[in-house]
Design a binder for this molecule. Structure first.
Ligand code: 6GU
Length: 225
């Protein structure tokens, strides 16, 4: 998979790229690229945003700037880009990111993530360049960078080779294997701590009973709404 992140703060992704599962995914041939809107602005003094028509607080990312950045990266009119790749604008009001959407996106060959800043995007960016609007929750972040990292994190760890064990992503919270419910509880050594005992079934070595217990624990926790 190829993920391109359009952002004013590419340096913010340095920590993200050093996460083990992200580094694994990149080593396995997946690709993360960055385009800084500011490097492609047709305006003077690196201007990328402007005050909103009609008044109001904050600054709005300009449509001409985003077009120039997309055109520079893909060499074609960004209006047609959606025919060949998902172009996702990260906005607080977008479609909520959940495990089903992550699975859907993990099946794509290429993703383009558009991070906004300040008050957000000129609506024409969303209308004419984006195929999707995605939100990571119903609260407002100062910018789309954290949301882009959340989305890329969730998608990349679904790809083969990202996790240490191929089964790790199969039976986890919200997966089909658990009927969309949260994952069962985990325990490790010590088997007893301050009198708190690990459930006996987990120490029994009886795999069928352990499995039954886990599915039942998961079902008792969910599904979350
Ligand atoms: Cl995708 N962007 C911003 N700025 N805030 C958010 C968000 C996205 N998702 C939740 N809050």
């Amino acid at each position: 998979m190829e993920i391109d992140v359009f952002t004013l703060f590419p340096e913010a992704f340095g920590w993200f790229e050093r996460q083990r599962h992200v580094a694994n995914a990149l080593a396995a041939g997946h690709h993360l690229g960055y385009v800084n809107y500011r490097d492609h602005t047709p305006l003077s003094a690196g201007q990328v945003d402007d005050t909103p028509f009609g008044g109001g607080a904050g600054m709005v990312l300009r449509v001409d700037v985003v077009e120039a950045a997309l055109h520079a990266r893909y060499g074609r009119d960004p209006v047609e880009l959606g025919e060949t790749r998902r172009v996702i604008a990260l906005t607080p009001g977008g479609r909520l990111l959940d495990d089903a959407l992550v699975d859907e996106l993990a099946g794509e060959e290429a993703l383009t993530l558009l991070s906004g800043r300040y008050e957000g995007f000129d609506q024409r960016i969303i209308e004419h360049f984006a195929t999707d609007e995605v939100s990571i929750g119903r609260y407002v972040l100062a910018g789309g960078e954290l949301a882009a990292m959340v989305l890329a994190d969730a998608v990349l760890r679904k790809l083969p080779g990202a996790l240490g064990h191929p089964d790790s992503a199969l039976e986890e919270s919200f997966s089909d294997a658990l009927g969309g419910a949260p994952e069962y509880p985990h325990y490790t050594r010590p088997a007893e701590y301050r009198g708190w005992r690990v459930p006996e079934v987990l120490l029994s070595g009886h795999h069928a009973r352990i499995r039954e217990w886990r599915l039942q624990q998961s079902a008792a926790r969910g599904p979350l709404s």
